[in-house]
Design a protein around this ligand. Structure first.
Ligand code: F3S
Length: 387
């Protein structure tokens, strides 16, 4: 692999032990995956942020590092809302450890936005090379924005943030971004909600596995694309997908899908995921809510009072930009929390059944929270929470 003289010097330890180790991680990955060079990145998004997932060893590793990010780097959701963890009912012992993790990332120059939707806060453009790690964020920037990133692990995303480069392989290369399977949706999708697209992603991720799907027969907006990609990344290893006539690479390249396996998905396969079971909590915002999703929650809650716990998750920057909406939502008794989510917060483990409007949460809540998950539209989520 070609390394510049400056990279060689870093690898020899001339910029300190941490930078040396970080570049070693990137070079090792590049060698495994056949990269012939490094590529400068515009930004990084670093997972491995919740103490629930990284534990004591992760915290000790972070504390041992001594360098700062040289490109904008954003932290993934953590196990609690930083300013409201007591109110959410987070165990003080957990909060102390989580605060130590956050402090370690801050010392490394990682921005504490703690979100899986940094694309709402920072400009990311078509063709930008990135090192992002949260799977839904990776899927969104690759597919909906047309940026280029592999699905990094937390350590390799942090390494790229500190070095400012990543190894150029996989989805950084145009030839690896071509479709590998066609999914024809044979349904009238004009009224499909965000939850329907989440359910489609839940189903399609299992069909696609690690192949790049090319969808035909759907025309989702960006919030629906976000839900589709997030769910496929959860039930499959999908880091990039295309939608005919919708997503930027599909529009620009007009892929020839002749000879690819083609699977038809019918409406009934999606509808049967919407099973009505009793729940003891409702959570929306997986991935973190867009401004339009907050607007929908506000509109649906108007004049109503929450009878079951209703959690809404969004990036702090999105909450700040929609303050009056968030205050109106909270007047119903619902809570809008930043920094965390229904999957990474240990607080959600106290519920036995959680209703969500997300295909990704439908996939992860059972394992990560030990609760049964039910998917429904945002209208149904609000109806269940208020009745
Ligand atoms: Fe984001 Fe948590 Fe869902 S990190 S994509 S809200 S599981």
């Amino acid at each position: 692999m070609y390394l510049s003289p400056a990279d060689e010097a870093m690898l020899a330890g001339e910029q300190g032990e941490t930078r040396q180790k970080m570049l070693e991680i990137i070079v090792a990955l590049g060698k495994v995956f056949g990269a012939d060079r490094l590529v400068p990145i515009k930004s990084a998004q670093v997972s491995g942020a919740s103490y629930k997932t990284i534990g004591e060893y992760g915290l000790l590793w972070l504390a041992s590092l001594d360098a700062r990010a040289v490109v904008p780097a954003v932290l993934n959701p953590i196990g609690m809302p930083r300013g409201r963890w007591q109110e959410m009912g987070v165990d003080p012992a957990f909060a102390e450890k989580q605060q130590a993790v956050v402090a370690a990332y801050a010392r490394l120059g990682v921005r504490l936005d703690c979100t899986c939707t940094p694309y709402y806060l920072y400009q990311t453009g078509y063709g930008d090379h990135l090192a992002w790690s949260e799977s839904s964020a990776v899927s969104y920037v690759n597919s909906v924005i047309g940026a280029r990133t592999n699905r990094e692990g937390g350590p390799s995303a942090l390494a790229a943030a500190i070095v400012g480069k990543t190894a150029c392989y996989g989805l950084h290369l145009e030839e690896n971004r071509h479709p590998g399977i066609v999914i024809d949706v044979d349904a009238d999708t004009r009224d499909w909600s965000i939850a329907h697209y989440g359910a489609l992603g839940y189903h399609a991720g299992k069909l696609a596995g690690n192949r790049i799907p090319y969808f035909r027969g759907i025309s989702p907006d960006n919030d629906r694309l976000k839900a589709l990609g997030a769910a496929m990344a959860a039930t499959g290893a999908v880091a990039l997908y295309h939608v005919e006539g919708v997503t930027p690479d599909a529009k620009k390249n007009g892929y020839d899908c002749t000879g690819l396996e083609t699977i038809t998905v019918e409406a009934g396969e999606i509808e049967r995921l919407f099973v009505e079971i009793p729940v003891d909590a409702v959570a929306v915002g997986c991935p973190h809510c867009s401004p339009a999703e907050l607007e929908a929650v506000d509109r649906l809650l108007r004049g109503k009072t929450v009878k079951k716990p209703l959690y809404v998750f969004a990036a702090q920057g999105v909450i700040d930009a929609n303050r009056s909406r968030v205050e109106a939502i909270e007047r119903s008794g619902a809570r809008v929390y930043a920094d965390t989510c229904m999957v990474v917060s240990p607080v959600m483990e106290k519920y036995s059944a959680i209703m969500v409007n997300s295909g990704k949460a439908l996939a992860y809540v059972p394992d990560m929270c030990g609760a049964v998950a039910r998917i429904g539209t945002i209208e149904d989520c609000i109806a269940v929470a208020t009745s």
